[in-house]
Design a binder for this molecule. Structure first.
Ligand code: SF4
Ligand code: SF4
Length: 347
């Protein structure tokens, strides 16, 4: 897929925009520069909040569990910022590159890779947090350890139920904790490091995960990981350790996506691109987020619609002809309809 090349301003992302309270300094600043977005954003903000007991998928335990996970991340997110390293010890780049990836997996990641994060992967300005709104993003830590965290397939296949939201938030918590353990380790080696976790990323994670060889972008705008398709979240640690980047993967996901189209059929917001040109593949964030607010959860239907990682391993695609993919899809749809679905996982 044609990855974005233009840097993103975090102030333009949906979660940042939804945090601008009417009349606040951020609200006035943002909509004076972006008047075209004010009406749609005001309307979205007026809808019932995510996880509210007024939403159709509210569950008194699991919606609360999801919110509790995000509260926890909010409480620890200050630890993600860079802090002063200890006395530097002598290291070998090759050894540390291999060790960091092994440690990430040992601490609970599904897979890990290394990428050189040039400026295009970083946001231009911060937007999500009030205290740093409008700050230029520091791009000085350019060596990135990128890792995936598995989300339980059966639980995610309850989407858009609160069970799935509890699991998504659980994966964000795990990613935050693993990332923090690794930044503390790097700090103790005497090098600079910064953890990027939910609500506090300085980079746009999916293209960087592609750069680190962890997978490729799908039509649904998500990372299709080598290890588990879209059933994962992404964690990042950036550092000044001279790490050795991994090769990008060659899975041929574009070709599979052209023939599959399951996420187009299932998206309730009708916002997954039906173009055959991967450069057009993106999800309109306003429409997608509007669905979230209507459901009261983070939807996730385009994750469970995807056969890769749950029905067919990503590394099998390269060896399949177009005809074999088309035949596979016919069988898949016959067996599963538009998507695999579990009605309840936890309770
Ligand atoms: S999360 Fe839901 S609304 Fe958003 S793109 Fe996926 S299926 Fe569509
Ligand atoms: S559901 Fe199909 S078209 Fe959509 S991302 Fe997955 S493989 Fe690609």
């Amino acid at each position: 897929m044609g990855l974005f090349m233009k840097r993103i301003d975090e102030r333009d992302t949906m979660f940042a925009r939804m945090s601008y309270k009417n009349g606040s300094d951020r609200y006035v600043d943002y909509y004076s520069r972006n008047p075209g977005k004010q009406e749609i954003d005001d309307e979205l903000r007026s809808r019932t909040e995510l996880f509210s007991d007024q939403t159709p998928y509210f569950d008194k335990y699991l919606s609360t569990a999801a919110e509790a996970n995000f509260d926890f991340i909010n409480d620890i997110r200050h630890l993600a910022e860079e802090s002063k390293p200890h006395k530097k010890i002598s290291i070998d780049s090759e050894e540390v590159s291999a060790l960091l990836k092994k440690l990430a997996v040992h601490y609970g990641a599904l897979d890990a890779g290394i990428a050189f994060a040039d400026d295009k992967f970083f946001y231009t300005h911060r937007g999500r947090l009030e205290e740093s709104y409008g700050d230029k993003v520091d791009t000085s830590l350019k060596n990135a350890l990128v890792f995936t965290i598995e989300m339980n397939e059966e639980t995610i296949n309850t989407s858009p139920a609160a069970d799935a939201a509890a699991e998504t938030s659980n994966a964000y918590v795990k990613g935050a904790v693993i990332g923090l353990q690794l930044t503390y380790f790097i700090k103790n080696l005497g090098f600079r490091s910064r953890c990027h976790m939910d609500g506090n990323y300085l980079l746009y994670a999916p293209p960087l995960a592609v750069e680190a060889g962890l997978g490729e972008m799908g039509r649904n705008g998500l990372l299709i990981s080598k290890a588990k398709g879209c059933f994962c979240r992404i964690g990042i640690v950036t550092t000044d350790i001279p790490l050795i980047p991994d090769e990008k993967s060659d899975l041929d996901i574009d070709r599979f996506c052209k023939l599959c189209r399951q996420c187009i059929r299932t998206c309730p917001g009708k916002t997954v691109s039906s173009s055959d040109d991967p450069k057009d593949w993106h999800v309109e964030q306003e429409k997608c987020y509007g669905v979230w607010r209507n459901l009261g959860t983070d939807c996730g239907i385009c994750i469970c619609a995807c056969p890769i990682g749950q029905d067919i391993p990503a590394d099998r695609i390269k060896g399949m002809s177009d005809r074999q993919i088309a035949e596979y899809m016919e069988e898949y749809k016959e067996k599963n309809g538009t998507r695999k679905r579990n009605l309840k996982f936890f309770l």
